[in-house]
Design a protein around this ligand. Structure first.
Ligand code: ADP
Length: 504
């Protein structure tokens, strides 16, 4: 006879015959009977499902074998109280050992049978609920941590029947961001909208109104801090549809982005000023060199005329003066021509297109054929890839570098080699010579306008050639030019160009 049947017998009117057995067999709750010594003497199949032990195993176990040591005294006290008073004991979560290891949380109600020789118990597996509660606690802690540690103010508002926003939550950080205590924003306060910047106000109110359709939105706007200054705030809102007992509303976060905005504005200003001053400079260099050409032509024509007509007719000193004047005028012309081509690198340049660097090098060699021939120089090169460039400027680049390699030659006839190396997005060209080389102290300086390391007597030149090269290379974002060299050891000029399509 089962315990259920025992109870049913004692209250025959409550359960129709057979129902007790059915409940016993099919219940998900743990049903059982304890003997007077507190040992399980009967258990239904639910025990096996929940604790993993077979019924046979369970019936041989002591309370201490299944109950968590910390919970054992509670269980024993519960049992003792029941035995003493006969009053039912309810719902205490205790940990029970699972056969596979770990613990299950079970809550039992106990009631003694008449005569108190046995106890009937009904238990329920609470493990899922306990875990869920634990998970919730962890989440809540995490959420608190987030809310407190971030420089963000979080808020929540709901829309009333008339569509007015009513703030129901505002975290403390808002005080740092705005200078106002959180309470000032609560309820139907209009503080937030009242202090919006006039130029941002409409947009922000509209964003709030339309949050319902948009689902979520992020906005930057200006807001007047309690100290009277304008702050840039970044606000993020998400729409919360109506829920059980809750009106539709929004949750949102606000952060102060004033510093970032200021830096952005300053950078923008700076970039604009820089662009303007570059343009001015460009204009100036162009106009100066262009407009100087005309008076210069006059000076050089007339000094030449002077030299032709009066050489030998005045005294020797006068002849010398005339020579100086002619020489000065010629030099000035060279300078102005170079300056003009320097300023044209930017203004007169073609857009980049695939350019054949073999051809560009060839054109440079042809232009220098005479000086290459005179110096007895040999120019060799590896196969060169296509690049993205202005082909005329690419030739000019090679011409300036080859020209220098010939000009700054050492005792040996110049041997010049041009190679190319793949560097991903870029191709690195190298122009190597066996000339006089350059002291590393001057490796940067030589790329500046008018910077020369030699007097005109030693080597002719204006000091603009490498500055032009630098300008051509740096027109492409990421383009670089540099030199590797030591006195007496030759020089290798490297520069990078963007890769073009492969040559067909
Ligand atoms: P320029 O040749 O008219 O003086 P550049 O700008 O072409 O002007 O060159 C600047 C200086 O760099 C030169 O005066 C020279 O001293 C040095 N230089 C340039 N190329 C070489 C080279 N291949 N070998 C040694 N020195 C060089």
């Amino acid at each position: 006879m089962t315990a259920m049947a025992t109870i049913a017998e004692s209250r025959p009117s409550l359960l129709p015959a057979g129902v007790g057995e059915l409940l016993w067999e099919t219940s998900n709750d743990l049903l059982g009977v304890l003997g007077p010594n507190g040992r399980l003497i009967r258990a239904n199949p639910a025990w096996e499902a929940v604790l993993g032990f077979t019924l046979a195993e369970l019936l041989t176990m002591e309370l201490a074998d299944v109950i968590h040591p910390e919970d054992l005294p509670v269980a024993q006290a519960q049992f003792a109280r029941l035995m003493a008073s006969g009053d039912p004991e309810r719902d205490r979560d205790l940990r029970f050992r699972h056969k596979a290891g770990g613990w299950r949380w079970l809550a039992f109600s106990l009631t003694s049978t008449p005569g108190r020789d046995t106890v009937f118990l009904v238990g329920r597996d609470m493990t899922g609920r306990r875990l869920a509660e634990e998970e919730l606690r962890v989440r809540a802690t995490l959420q608190d941590l987030l809310l407190e540690s971030l420089p963000l103010a979080f808020y929540r508002l709901e829309f009333t029947e008339t569509g007015r926003p009513r703030t129901t939550l505002m975290t403390g950080q808002v005080e740092q961001l705005t200078g106002f205590a959180p309470e000032r924003f609560m309820g139907e306060s209009t503080l937030w909208e009242d202090r919006l910047h006039p130029e941002d106000r409409e947009r922000m109110l509209e964003a709030r109104r339309s949050a319902q359709d948009a689902g979520a939105s992020a906005q930057e706007y200006r807001w007047r801090h309690a100290d009277g200054s304008w702050r840039w705030l970044f606000g993020f809102v998400r729409f919360l549809p109506a829920g059980a007992g809750r009106r539709p509303g929004l949750v949102g976060a606000i952060i102060d982005v004033t510093d970032r905005k200021r830096r952005e504005e300053e950078l923008g200003d700076l970039a604009e000023r820089l662009a303007r001053s570059n343009q001015d400079l460009q204009q100036f260099a162009y106009v100066a060199s262009h407009d100087l050409q005309e008076p210069l032509r006059m000076v050089s024509n007339f000094t030449q005329l002077l030299s032709q007509r009066y050489r030998g007719r005045l005294d020797r000193e006068a002849d010398e003066f005339i020579d100086f004047a002619v020489d000065g005028a010629t030099r000035m012309r060279a300078l102005i021509d170079d300056l003009l081509s320097y300023s044209k690198v930017q203004s007169g340049s073609e857009p980049f297109r695939p350019a054949d660097s073999d051809q560009a090098l060839d054109r440079a060699r042809q232009a220098l054929a005479q000086s290459i021939g005179e110096a007895g120089a040999t120019v060799t090169h590896d196969p060169l890839p296509a690049v993205l460039a202005d082909p005329v400027q690419l030739s000019q680049l090679f011409q300036n570098l080859l020209g220098n390699a010939v000009k700054y030659r050492g005792a040996e006839p110049p041997r010049i080699h041009v190679s190319a190396q793949d560097e991903g997005e870029f191709v690195r060209f190298s122009v190597r010579d066996n000339g006089i080389g350059i002291d590393p102290n001057h490796h940067e300086r030589i790329f500046q306008v008018f910077q020369r390391l030699h007097g005109r007597g030693e080597y002719p030149g204006t000091g603009i050639g490498l500055a032009i090269c630098k300008r051509i290379v740096e027109r492409q974002p990421g383009g670089r030019i540099w030199v590797e060299s030591a006195p007496g050891a030759g020089a290798t000029f490297h520069f990078t160009m963007r890769r073009g399509e492969d040559r067909s």
